[in-house]
Ligand binder design. Structure first.
Ligand code: KG4
Ligand code: ZN
Length: 338
């Protein structure tokens, strides 16, 4: 039997089918809206919602040969953009009602954690570093129902800061891969940018000051149109270096005090090879093992929602189609359970 999973929390429409016994991914389809949002330099919620309304049913139609084998439906119902979450949840409700199936509500961030276990057994406990467009946090994940927030960003997330830096330099969206590629060719020492919270004992993240320092540098260089290719490369490299130094400086303190030997890096920005490399070295230093998801499952996808759904199904955490609700955003603070 199969589990159908649906993801629409932001700008990716995705569905997946996962075999319930074997965890095998039978089908995974995703339509990204990056091109449509690129000209606005970020996601426009109403546009995203309209695109989901068109793309999700198209993706579901592709799964039609499997409809009779589907035993449950997992869908992202929090957190994210309310208008886009609604599209996925409405389709899940309609399908589950028509086919008389139970629903499994899935927390998007838990989905990112379970991107580590796609087609694999669950392996916990882990210390999880989640860096995406919507969130930046460290979690102590002891088990399926035991996930505690240890540190969060006080302002922008890692992915969001890459997106904003790209926008300031007049580049496209999403900014992460563009800025990472530029940084590879740049001299990180040419511009001196501040490492956030460098002298603060706080174990938290903050990226808005660094972003403003990038903005001032762009202005000093005469604005995005006056910047040379080398200016962009050097500024991207300086930004990425300060950001990585900040992440490592704070997370080092957590690794030093936590005894869990397994550490994971998940979320869209975990596709960044410079960030991966820095965490690889840090984990080695502390005798920890670093785990990452395959590159194709770092960004939003439905396979991770389905993988979390499998464990939820095994725990009996299903609900009827009438009972599911959408919850856009709940501010997560250190000490809170996910
Ligand atoms: O996890 P994700 O797909 O969506 C959210 O749940 O937010 O993450 C998307 C974010 C975007 O901000 C994108 O710029 C960032 O991940 N990202 C990267 C890289 N690839 C994607 N950030 C830094 N370096 C990358 N290579
Ligand atoms: Zn995500």
């Amino acid at each position: 039997m199969l589990l159908l999973s649906i993801e629409s929390s932001c700008d990716d429409s995705a569905i997946a089918l996962t075999e319930i016994g074997s965890r095998k991914l039978i089908l995974h389809k995703k339509i990204s809206q990056e091109i449509e949002h690129a000209r606005y330099g970020g996601v426009v919620p109403e546009l995203a919602s309209r695109l989901h309304a068109v793309d999700l049913p198209r993706l579901l139609a592709g799964a039609q040969p499997y409809f009779d084998e589907i035993a449950a439906v997992a869908v992202t119902n929090e957190p994210g953009l309310a208008v886009t979450l609604n599209e996925g949840v409405m389709m899940a409700k309609a399908f589950a009602t028509f086919q008389k199936l139970p629903l499994i509500p899935v927390h998007h961030l838990k989905g990112h954690i379970y991107s580590l276990f796609i087609e694999k057994p669950t392996r916990l406990p882990m210390l999880v570093i989640l860096i995406s467009g919507g969130h930046t946090m460290v979690l102590r994940v002891l088990g399926f129902q035991e996930m505690e927030v240890l540190a969060t960003s006080m302002d922008d997330s890692v992915g969001e800061s890459y997106d904003k830096v790209a926008k300031m330099m007049g580049l496209g969206y999403p900014g992460g891969p563009i800025v990472e590629a530029l940084a590879r060719e740049g001299n990180p020492e040419r511009f001196e940018l501040p490492v956030p919270l460098r002298n603060s004992p706080l174990i938290a993240f903050s990226l808005s000051g660094l972003k403003n320092a990038v903005r001032l540098t762009v202005e000093k260089l005469g604005g995005p149109d006056e910047m040379s290719k080398q200016d962009r490369r050097d500024l991207a490299a300086a930004f990425q270096k300060a950001l990585i130094t900040h992440l490592i400086q704070k997370i080092r303190k957590i690794l030093a005090r936590e005894s869990i030997p397994d550490v994971a890096l998940v979320g869209g920005a975990s596709a960044n090879l410079a960030i991966r490399g820095a965490f690889d070295s840090l984990c080695r230093e502390y005798g920890k093992r670093l785990h990452t998801a395959p590159l194709e499952f770092c960004a939003d996808n439905a396979a991770m929602i389905g993988r979390y759904g499998l464990d939820a199904l095994a725990e009996g955490l299903t609900c009827s189609p009438e009972a599911i609700t959408v919850s856009a955003n709940r501010k997560l603070q250190p000490g809170m359970k996910l």
